[in-house]
Design a protein around this ligand. Structure first.
Ligand SMILES: Nc1nc2c(ncn2[C@@H]2O[C@H](COP(=O)(O)OP(=O)(O)O)[C@@H](O)[C@H]2O)c(=O)[nH]1
Ligand SMILES: [Mg+2]
Length: 317
């Protein structure tokens, strides 16, 4: 894909909501393709009525199950919905993504639902660019709701969850208590706390502990605690109500705008880093970074000078 006409055609396909164009573009985003700058220029668009929801929590907590359950009520109110399952370490968790696919299969034939998993090829910071870009592609394609499911609760996933308009943190009975959640910084991250698997023993105790914890913090927006059970088919509607309530509150207070600005800032910064890598070529970039790091470590160079030399190859090494 080189000629500008191809790129323009692809962007037009995305804007028209063509599935193949959207899928192809997301692959280019994943691969950090050289045509991205031109492609993204054709996909710039303000979508103020959009809703981007981050869904995070430990593997197995029930993220994919809840994500799938949220799609139906969203579709019922007329939204086109995209699901982005973010996998920071694709080779190892391929099985999890396959399971996600199966869990979301009930929506497979619905043209108003787009489901896609995305890997970051294990590069630090790669998700910071790829996820906001992918979200922008999906919004440009006319999906006004994007559900971003992260695979775990590692640092990069938490960063990704922070980029959403509204972030759900999921916990299940028997998978860590309220104190651990608070220690991991997940209470501050949460706009809505969801206790999944409420059909299992311990769910009410966990929910009660979480509510007490939330009250201790006295935040501007105390995250509501919602119980869900996939086996009993309950809770998804309440989760959506809580998401709407948070979205409305964030819109009213200006917090939504702040988050969206942060998403754009993160993307710009990530593009800056990746542009340097692209300009040098990944091998040279990695080699140079490694050498500069060694020099910083042995005290022969300060980190500022190292950063300058990394970003400005003309300075030599
Ligand atoms: N008992 C029970 N099991 C659930 C519930 N939700 C999900 N599960 C099961 O928990 C496992 C992990 O669910 P999944 O959605 O893939 O979790 P993820 O790794 O966080 O995406 C699956 O076997 C689900 O069937 C629930 O509400 N109750
Ligand atoms: Mg999952």
């Amino acid at each position: 894909m080189r000629p500008s006409s191809d790129v323009a055609e692809l962007a037009a396909g995305v804007r028209a909501g063509q599935l193949r164009a959207v899928a192809r573009t997301l692959t280019l985003v994943e691969d950090e393709h050289a045509a991205l700058p031109e492609l993204m220029a054709g996909l710039t668009r303000s979508v103020p009525d959009s809703l981007v929801v981050g869904i995070t929590g430990a593997p197995g907590v029930g993220k994919s199950t809840l994500t799938s359950a949220l799609v139906s009520p969203l579709r019922a109110r007329g939204s086109r919905v995209a699901v982005l399952a973010v996998d920071p370490s694709s080779p190892l968790t391929g099985g999890a993504l396959l399971a996600d696919r199966i869990r979301m299969q009930e929506h497979a034939l619905d043209r108003g639902v787009f489901i896609r998993s995305m890997a970051s090829r294990g590069r630090l910071g790669g998700l910071a660019r790829a996820v906001p870009q992918a979200v922008r592609v999906l919004l440009a394609a006319g999906y006004e709701v994007v559900l971003v499911e992260t695979v775990g609760v590692g640092q990069s996933e938490v960063e990704v969850a922070r980029l959403a308009d509204t972030t759900l943190v999921l916990l299940a009975p028997g998978m860590g208590d309220a104190v651990q959640t608070a220690k991991a910084g997940l209470l501050e991250l949460a706009d809505v706390l969801v206790v999944t698997k409420a059909d299992l023993p311990g769910a009410d105790v966990l929910a009660g502990d979480l509510r007490r914890m939330v009250r201790l913090g006295t935040p501007d927006w105390p995250p509501p605690v919602v119980l869900t059970s996939a086996t009993q088919h309950r809770g998804a509607g309440e989760v959506l109500e809580a998401v709407d309530a948070h979205h409305g509150w964030a819109r009213g207070t200006g917090g939504l705008e702040v988050r969206r600005l942060r998403r754009a800032q993160t993307e710009i910064e990530a593009v800056l880093v990746e542009a340097t890598r692209t300009r040098l070529g990944p091998q040279l970039y990695a080699a140079r970074l490694e050498r500069l790091a060694a020099e910083v470590l042995d005290g022969s160079r300060d980190p500022y000078d190292a950063a300058l030399r990394l970003s400005r190859p003309a300075l030599g090494s």
